[in-house]
Design a protein around this ligand. Structure first.
Ligand code: TRP
Length: 333
């Protein structure tokens, strides 16, 4: 049967542990996405090493994230889940595209400037050519759509430019992808500093998907609120960022509206409120954590998932790579 679904591709760097902000934001909607689109998801481990990694930790996180994505509802029968480094075509096309990407355009990348500032002792060539590898990731699969957050938009733009440049020289080799504004759920802020979004770099305000219930409860009990005693639990993001964030988490977790949440806690203090929100989050995450643990104890199964994912991915990727090698004039074997 002809597959008429549009193709979506997305890479996720296994550079940190997934948290509640990731889950209540984009991740939760991915299971719907795999019904609607032909989806390729991979762990972008090659991108991760542009910043120094602890080898054992990187390996462990890569495997854990595969398990977590499956536990969050990405059924590996319904989408292609794989590890970037398992499909050599990514590196191979990455090199070719390096030769079609300009120094000037790479120098203008915001992420390169940010990461160079943060890693001043390790401004390596990989950090610089990162967008060409990302373009290879996308173009190998002739993807129609790339779901990205704001921080990756510029990388999809440069991918489009590289594809158009290459097609301009050699004919229509690559599909020029569109950025896809995926449905994002809630934009969750950190519990300890509710001005900024929840982030693994502020662990005391960040609830990780694999965290134990008692640790989650402790973080919620310490969540920053305010000293309002008159009408404490109400949604007012400017005036009450901490409380509003907790209401948002509660609403996203339980499916209740903000008004329902306010009504439920009318006349109650922050102690009860924080405990109830924490308990709701514990119950939301419990099945995901338990399923992830179960999967991680079944290494043989995970292996079959990423092996078959890599095979399916490689058969698409190698077709594109073959065309590219031929177009640019590499002698075939
Ligand atoms: N750069 C992306 C990020 O940091 C990860 C990524 C790598 C990616 N290759 C990709 C995303 C291809 C989309 C498509 O989030």
């Amino acid at each position: 049967m002809e597959n008429t679904k549009k193709r979506i591709l997305s890479g996720i760097q296994p550079s940190g542990d997934l948290h509640l902000g990731n889950y209540l934001g984009p991740l939760r909607h991915w299971p719907e996405m795999i019904e609607e689109f032909d989806c390729y998801f991979f762990m972008a481990d090659l991108h991760t090493i542009t910043v120094r990694q602890e080898p054992a930790a990187l390996r462990k996180r890569t495997l854990t994230q595969i398990a977590q994505y499956i536990a969050c509802g990405l059924d590996p029968e319904k989408c292609v889940l794989f590890v970037q480094s398992h499909v050599p075509a990514h590196s191979q096309l990455g090199w070719v595209l390096d030769c079609y990407t300009m120094f000037g355009e790479l120098s203008r990348m915001t992420q390169f400037k940010d990461k160079s500032a943060k890693n001043a002792d390790n401004i390596n060539a990989g950090l610089f050519t990162y967008p060409a590898l990302m373009a290879a990731d996308i173009l190998l699969y002739q993807a129609d759509l790339v779901p990205v957050g704001d921080d990756q938009r510029q990388h999809v733009e440069i991918c489009r430019d590289i594809a158009a440049r290459f097609n301009g020289i050699y004919g229509d080799v690559f599909k020029v992808p569109e950025p896809y504004i995926a449905k994002v759920g809630a934009r969750i802020k950190g519990l300890s500093a509710p001005e900024a979004k929840m982030s693994k770099s502020v662990p005391e305000g960040c609830v990780f998907l694999m965290e134990k219930p008692e640790d989650i409860m402790r973080k919620f009990k310490r969540a920053v609120t305010d000293s309002d005693t008159v009408n404490p639990v109400r949604y007012a993001p400017e005036e009450k960022p901490g409380v509003s964030n907790l209401i948002q988490i509660y609403a996203a977790t339980t499916g209740k509206t903000y008004e329902d949440a306010e009504a439920e806690f009318a006349g109650k203090g922050y102690g009860d409120f924080k405990k109830t929100v924490g308990e709701a989050v514990v119950e939301l995450l419990r099945p995901i954590r338990e399923e992830t643990e179960r999967l991680l104890s079944d290494k043989a199964y995970l292996e079959t998932v990423y092996r078959s994912g890599a095979e399916r991915a490689a058969s698409v990727a190698n077709r594109t790579l073959g065309k590219v090698y031929k177009k640019v004039g590499l002698l075939s074997r």
